[in-house]
Write a protein that binds this ligand. Structure first.
Ligand code: GDP
Ligand code: MG
Length: 779
């Protein structure tokens, strides 16, 4: 692998730096530094082997010129020449007086190229190898085959930005020279250092110029070409002073001594060139550029280079070191220096490039991969995308979609779990089993179910009647649960799409996928809700008082009576020998709003334990079924109202409405389960009061059982009829609805923006990869 193959990589990378703003690729450059008119531009011209830079007396170079020399192999050139298509013939400069300066224009170039291709007769088959061109960054795509035009363009571009009156400007001009004749180099031509401001130059022109130069040469990867004219004492060399400032050990400074031909008779710079005067690790190279006179007579570069070689070969002093003098030697030396410099930088560039490749590849995948990937089989692609879509949906539901696990909100399966257990569970537990049930309702129910004759099992019959509408209370939250799950599934469908960049490529397909699944979901919503409704209806249709967890009338009654008795005992202990009026006073102490007359009416309590007699009254004898369960239930659902002989009484709240003749009271227990009672409570006799309380407890107990059943059954139903159904049918449904060859073309119409982005991304990746490939081949 030859060294010069390294530079195309660097040039490419420099392109990347310019086009992608990747500024951290610190590429090696060569910069010429020196005082005004010391011959910097001339040196560069010699290296390039072309007349193209504005040169001359006074300040000529007024903007930095970044010059990339690109070595073209003849076949390479032929390949890239066929596609170019601009016209410079309008501004064609023809200089017939000097063959060497006669530049080839496009027309000629194409003509010769065609002739060469057709096996042209006039010995022009080597023409392509002789042609070279330049291209400016500010004029992309425009090839300058005429180097005088390049010079002209530099002048125009300099004036455009820096003005026409000797001002300088730090914005660089970027120029690439493609040629089979140049060595691969990147060079920077810089304005010379001037002491005295002229024209539009500001008072601090020297400082400004120095700063501008330092901007370039202070970069650690800049090789400094410190130009000094041999006819001025090296001690006064501006270039060496500047170079030492940024490269004190002189390890990246190469000394260039110009104007050796202008030295006084009898003097020479041999000591300097041998490195005996000024220590520079890279040494000094002697150069002879064309003089102002040479320029004025259009002396050709070839002649100049020939004369230069002859000068050193024949010179008394330089003869011995002639092979280490002159422009040709300088070019080779520079190239070598640059190579080793790049080699040092290579690992770093490589690493950065790899990072860029990784990032770009990732990006490209997001845009759907290579644009060169022709869709071979649309049906396969559609099937794949469908399957992916369906699988993503299923994964989301089942919570296996790691990519989509959000930290901010619950999603997919976790969200369903949340709906069932938190939302639905909470909704159910908030239902008051005796909601909307008044004492009057209960009494009416009791009376209706009794008919004209008194029945032993009145409470149970009335309970059956009363509990059914309460079960209906479970319907709303159950339906809401279905709706929430439906909404969640809809959300999942849309989420899959917004996250699936691959599918975003095909907006129409995406729309259709969403549509099909949405339709399917909508189709299932009705049956699922119907089923949940019927679950409630089923539970309403038969009240199973034999349910093992049901309190049962007997046990409930026993508990009620036991509590009543205990309450009586407790109240009796502290108030021994109390009479009715004492108790009334106690009540009033607790709730002063309670009208004593009313309390008096309603609080008549028998002192004797009524438990046995009531049990006997209702059930004939004491039943011992579920005694323990009953006790637990009673603790969970304590009596909302207690008999007023207890001092712990009074969750009773009477709302006395002055404008109304009847006041109502709400009885609240710990579970926030309340009766709305009207004043009728006062009219209830003791038996009726007990009956009401008994029924209330039966309702609470039974409702609790059904609530648990619904809490269990509704999620299962939703899973079966909606979630799992969709899961199991999504793929199938997508195939049925969309897998139709007539639809494929339409479904696979690609999103325009993604297409553009992908192509951009693809090209960028290709640039990176090409560069990386070359680097890898080198290392
Ligand atoms: P720059 O200002 O440093 O870019 O210098 P230029 O390349 O523009 O050259 C300034 C002037 O010095 C031009 O007229 C050149 O012809 C002349 N010149 C540069 N190098 C040499 C040299 O080696 N020998 C002679 N005789 N003249 C030179
Ligand atoms: Mg110059």
């Amino acid at each position: 692998m030859s060294f010069s193959d390294l530079i195309p990589v660097v040039n490419k990378l420099q392109d990347i730096v310019t086009t992608t703003q990747v500024s951290d690729l610190d590429l090696p450059i060569l910069a010429v530094v020196g005082s005004q008119s010391c011959g910097k531009s001339s040196v560069l011209e010699n290296i390039v082997g072309k007349d193209f830079l504005p040169r001359g007396t006074g300040i000529v170079t007024r903007r930095p010129l970044i010059l990339q020399l690109v070595n073209l192999k003849p076949d390479e050139f032929a390949a890239c020449s066929t596609s170019q298509s601009n016209s410079e013939s309008d501004e064609y400069y023809n200089d017939d007086e000097d063959d060497e300066l006669k530049e080839i224009n496009l027309e000629e170039h194409l003509k010769k190229l065609t002739m060469a291709k057709n096996g042209g007769s006039k010995g022009t088959s080597r023409v392509s190898a002789d042609v070279e061109y330049g291209e400016f960054l500010h004029l992309p795509g425009k090839r300058f085959y005429n180097f005088k035009e390049i010079r002209h363009e530099i002048e125009i571009e300099t004036n455009r930005v820096a003005g026409s009156n000797k001002g300088i400007n730090r914005i660089p001009i970027n120029l690439k020279i493609y040629s089979t004749k140049v060595l691969d180099l990147t060079l920077v031509d810089l304005p010379g250092i001037t002491k005295v401001p002229i024209g539009d130059q500001p008072g601090d022109i020297e400082k400004q110029t120095r700063n501008l130069i330092l901007e370039y040469i202070s970069r650690p990867n800049c090789i400094i070409l410190a130009v000094s004219p041999a006819n001025v004492d090296l001690v006064n060399s501006e270039s060496l002073k500047l170079a030492r400032q940024v490269d004190p050990t002189g390890k990246r400074t190469i000394g260039i001594l110009t104007k050796l031909d202008l030295m006084d008779e009898g003097t020479n710079a041999l000591d300097i060139l041998k490195g005996n005067v000024y220590p520079l690790k890279m040494g000094f190279v002697g150069i002879i550029n064309r003089s102002q006179y040479d320029i004025s007579i259009n002396k050709s570069l070839t002649d100049s280079l020939g004369d230069e070689e002859a000068f050193f070969r024949n010179h008394q002093a330089y003869r011995t070191i002639a092979n280490k003098c002159g422009t040709r030697y300088l070019s080779i030396k520079l190239n070598q220096i640059l190579m080793s410099h790049i080699r040092e930088k290579l690992p770093d560039i490589k690493a950065k490039l790899n990072t860029l490749i990784g990032q770009t590849e990732q990006e490209l995948i997001q845009y759907g991969g290579s644009p060169l990937d022709v869709i071979e089989d649309k049906s396969v692609l559609i099937l794949n995308l469908m399957t992916k879509f369906a699988q993503n949906f299923i994964n989301s539901i089942e919570g296996t979609n790691i990519n989509e696990i959000s930290t901010k909100e619950l999603c997919g399966g976790a969200r369903l779990y949340h709906i069932y257990n938190e939302v639905f569970g909470n909704d159910l537990s908030l239902i008051n089993p005796t909601h909307n049930l008044t004492l009057r309702d209960i009494r009416t129910a009791i009376r209706n179910s009794t008919g004209s004759r008194p029945s032993l099992f009145v409470p149970e019959l009335a309970f059956d009647l009363l509990v059914k509408p309460q079960i209906k209370l479970l319907e709303e939250p159950s339906k809401k649960c279905v709706e929430l799950v439906y909404e969640e599934l809809m959300k999942i469908v849309h989420n899959i799409c917004s996250n699936g960049i691959e599918i975003n490529r095909y907006p129409k397909l995406q729309m259709k996928l969403i549509e099909v699944v949405s339709d399917l979901l909508r189709e299932r919503l009705g049956p699922t809700i119907k089923y949940v409704e019927s679950l409630i209806e089923i539970n309403k249709s038969y009240i199973n008082t034999n349910h093992p967890n049901f309190v049962g009338a007997a046990t409930a009654m026993r508990t009620v009576l036991e509590e009543k008795r205990k309450a009586g005992e407790i109240s009796k202990k502290p108030v021994v020998e109390s009479d009715d009026s004492d108790e009334i006073e106690d009540i009033n102490e607790i709730d002063e709003d309670l009208p004593s007359s009313k309390v008096n009416e309603s609080v008549h309590i028998q002192e004797k334990d009524p438990s046995d007699s009531y049990l006997n009254y209702f059930f004939g004898k004491d039943p011992i079924t579920h005694q323990q369960y009953l006790t637990t239930q009673a603790q969970l659902n304590p009596a909302p109202f207690k008999f007023p002989n207890s001092h712990e009484t009074l969750p009773l709240q009477f709302n006395n409405d002055s404008s109304s003749t009847s006041s109502t009271a709400t009885i609240i227990n710990n579970n926030n389960e309340s009766f709305e009672i009207d004043e009728g409570i006062n009219e209830l006799n003791e038996k009726e009061q007990l009956e009401c309380e008994l029924i209330r407890r039966l309702i609470i107990s039974y409702f609790g059982i059904i609530r648990e059943i619904i809490k269990d059954q509704v999620p299962k139903s939703i899973m079966c009829l909606l979630v799992n159904f969709i899961r199991d049918n999504i793929q199938n449904q997508l195939v049925i609805k969309l897998y139709n060859e007539k639809l494929f073309d339409n479904l696979l119409v690609e999103d325009e923006n993604i297409q553009i982005e992908r192509e951009k991304c693809y090209n960028l990746l290709k640039t990176y990869k090409d560069a990386a490939k070359i680097i890898n081949e080198v290392v």
